[in-house]
Design a protein around this ligand. Structure first.
Ligand code: PSU
Ligand code: MN
Length: 306
């Protein structure tokens, strides 16, 4: 049998030497941002991770092969193809693999593949969650269940306020996912520094965050950790404007009866149109900030012997 996940030489070498590696998802590239800003952001985020001495491992399925660590040609192709690439959550992995297709991995699929490769830190923008009205639609992102069964820390800006954040936190608790906020008492809500929901824990340094992941690994809990990093202050004002657009987009989604896995891409696209690019700038800024925090966490974790 071939290895579960094909690693780039650089990622394989770093992992075998116990050096820091940070996983990155690919749905954010194909479905989260338009071309060519998606490619520019993906490259900048990889650069931020390298500047802290860690190796970036972008995860995707390429021609049916799950990979961690893409060549620049693979990354460019994925970015250019955009939403024509299949969004691959966990349930889609067997489909894209068996059919030899490309798959842009969500937080769930990325966390699963990265952990299978031995990577324990993962940086992204936002995680999926419990959708508003989920008591009827049952639309709860597989991201939450995946984090309940794979040992990885997801460094993100929380979840968008298009989601039901109190219920998302409840669901993470049910899944035994440890949740902490970075330098804040409150769980962040992507474009807004605070969701208004108290985070179960607060950490103030990358070292403290790494100690949590280290403890979870020592116990072999096999579960994930969400580290919610608030959007940087200089981008938070633009974020307020985006909140207004989110409320409008939610109404439209309802009215047009958009459902299932189309909901998140629909909302993200409408928010981007309504804010004329402000949401994209804020989005890029927060992902790069998360990359800086995540790379430092990975560096600390690599220093802690198992
Ligand atoms: N939230 C964002 N940007 C994104 C996503 C979520 O702010 O790009 C993507 C991530 O890949 C996440 C996925 O894992 O959407 C969740 O989709 P769903 O709700 O269909 O599970
Ligand atoms: Mn869904």
């Amino acid at each position: 049998m071939a290895p579960r996940v094909a690693l780039s030489d650089e990622v394989a070498e770093s992992l075998s030497l116990g050096r820091p590696v940070v996983a990155l998802e690919s749905t954010i590239i194909t479905h989260g941002m338009p071309y060519p800003q998606n490619l520019a952001t993906a490259l900048q985020v990889e650069g931020v991770i390298r500047s802290h001495g860690a190796v970036p491992a972008t995860v995707a399925v390429v021609g049916g092969v799950p990979k961690a660590g893409l060549t620049s040609i693979e990354l460019e192709a994925l970015a250019a193809k955009g939403t024509s690439v299949r969004k691959a959550s966990m349930r889609d992995l067997p489909i894209v693999m068996a059919k030899g297709l490309d798959g842009a991995t969500t937080v769930a699929a990325t966390a699963f593949l990265a952990a299978a490769a031995g990577i324990h830190v993962f940086v992204t923008g936002g995680i999926g969650g419990v959708h508003r009205g989920a008591e009827l639609s049952m639309d709860i992102s597989a991201d939450l269940n995946a984090l309940g069964r794979v040992p990885i820390m997801v460094v993100c800006a929380g979840a968008k306020s298009v989601l039901d954040i109190p219920r998302t936190l409840e669901y993470l608790e049910t899944q035994a996912v440890c949740v902490a906020a970075y330098r804040s008492d409150y769980f962040p809500a992507f474009f807004t520094p605070s969701s208004g929901c108290k985070a179960p824990a607060r950490v103030d340094t990358p070292q403290e965050a790494a100690e949590m992941m280290h403890a979870s690994l020592r116990l072999k809990m096999g579960t994930g950790i969400v580290l919610g990093v608030p959007i940087p202050e200089e981008s938070a004002a633009a974020g307020e404007q985006v909140e207004e657009a989110i409320r409008t987009a939610l109404h439209e989604c309802d009215a047009q009866k958009v459902e299932g896995c189309d909901v998140t891409p629909f909302l993200l696209e409408r928010i981007r149109e309504l804010t004329g690019g402000a949401s994209l700038d804020a989005n890029v800024a927060l992902v790069k900030h998360n990359a800086s925090v995540g790379a430092q966490v990975a560096a600390w974790l690599a220093r802690m012997s198992m």
